[in-house]
Design a protein around this ligand. Structure first.
Ligand code: NAD
Length: 359
């Protein structure tokens, strides 16, 4: 297996920005997309980082992704907003959606935004992080419309996506709690990363095309397709179902029903976001006191065998970021080759991209 290529975050951002801009995006869009993807890499989620670029560019070429879109307001009662993502880059649509949600929650105390038909909105934690930075609690239920890749509990093939759920809790003067995970045992992008790296998946993660357990990631990347399992057996399946119904249906968007056409690379998200202001609820001081007291109690317990400490959700991402800002972002050679090929599709040469990336 060839070594990873190490690129500094600013240089990687500049390279991705150049590819996205060449695809027709305005400077703001190119910057938001590049920064969001590199931030995912920095936070240790390579599955939602720059490795998404080949898929985005292919979707752009196919006409599944529209450049320079803004969320279109379909309904606006003040605290209730419904938005159409217009198949725009999810990094821009997600960003603008959160600005609306934050502004409304500050005003009304509570805001629910139903977003449908955004192209892939990436790492959901990015959206909760915007709200917690404004002192707000943020909850997100997301569905994915693309190839059905996750099996129902008891099911033998893929029927829905990796449907993430994310909740952010602000902490005054301290790092926030950001719980952000796919309801599948593993994010789809992580199976792609494993496939590109030529490594196996942990047992109990996926099934093959005949519903049998396997550790070979190819069954989630190339036909014949198997499926990823939900985490927590029936419980993760239940959460995935709720994320599909709230993120996909309640928002006015589509739920997953059709089998993959085997061709297109477009991936669309619906997201129900609920943002709440503890100040307006009148519990802000008490809430912060209890968060500190409770997390302090939880983290002061003995450490179990095999662990170095008890962490809070959001801690691992912050640890990754500190490390990768210092050491650079590793990109595996297959992913890098795919990014170069994506650049080629919009007219940017390997030499140009590698020059920008400082390689
Ligand atoms: P994961 O399994 O790595 O879990 C991440 C969560 O668990 C984070 O909140 C993290 O802080 C917490 N965590 C991890 N280790 C911990 C520890 N030791 N102690 C306490 N908390 C800990 O995440 P995942 O399921 O692989 O999802 C990865 C990313 O993929 C997420 O950002 C998710 O939003 C994104 N995603 C996006 C889509 C989409 O369609 N846009 C679909 C699926 C997943």
């Amino acid at each position: 297996m060839a070594d990873d290529i190490i690129i500094s975050a600013p240089k990687l951002t500049a390279a991705v920005e150049a590819i996205v801009a060449k695809g027709g995006s305005n400077p703001r869009e190119a910057k938001l997309v590049a920064e969001n993807l590199v931030e995912a890499n920095l936070k240790g989620h390579d599955s939602h980082g720059v490795g998404m670029i080949p898929r985005y560019i292919q979707s752009l070429v196919e006409g599944g992704l529209s450049v320079n879109q803004a969320p279109k307001i379909v309904l606006d009662t003040g605290p209730l907003v419904r938005l159409d993502g217009q198949a725009g880059y999810g990094q821009v649509i997600g960003h603008d959606t959160m600005n609306i949600a934050i502004e409304r929650a500050k005003k009304h105390g509570l805001c629910a935004v139903g977003l449908h038909h955004a192209h892939h909105i990436g790492r959901i934690g990015a959206w909760a992080e915007m709200a917690v930075a404004a002192g707000l609690v943020s909850m997100h239920f997301v569905n994915v419309v693309s190839r059905p890749i996750v099996a129902a509990w008891g099911g033998g093939d893929g029927r829905f996506g990796t449907n993430p759920i994310c909740i952010g809790v602000p902490r005054k003067g301290k790092d926030p709690i950001v719980l952000d995970f796919a309801t599948s045992r593993i994010a789809q992008g992580k199976t792609r990363v494993a496939h590109n790296k030529g490594v196996t998946l942990p047992p109990g993660t996926i099934i093959d095309n005949e519903g049998r357990p396997t550790v070979d990631p190819r069954f989630t990347v190339v036909p014949p397709f198997g499926a990823i399992l939900t985490f927590g057996e029936h419980k993760g399946y239940g959460l995935a179902m709720i994320a599909e119904l709230l993120g996909g249906a309640l928002t006015g968007g589509a739920t997953m029903r059709k089998a993959y056409d085997g061709q297109t690379q477009g991936v669309y998200n619906g997201m129900l976001t609920i943002v709440l202001d503890p100040e307006k609820l009148g519990t802000s001081e008490h809430f912060q006191h209890e968060i500190d007291a409770f997390t302090g109690w939880v983290q002061s317990g003995p450490v179990a065998q095999g662990f170095d400490k008890v962490r809070l959700a959001g801690d691992p991402e912050r640890e990754w970021k500190a490390k990768r800002l210092k050491e650079g972002v590793p990109v595996d050679p297959t992913t890098w080759g795919d990014i170069i090929a994506a650049g080629g599709k919009v007219g940017l040469s390997k030499a140009e991209i590698e020059k920008i990336a400082g390689l």
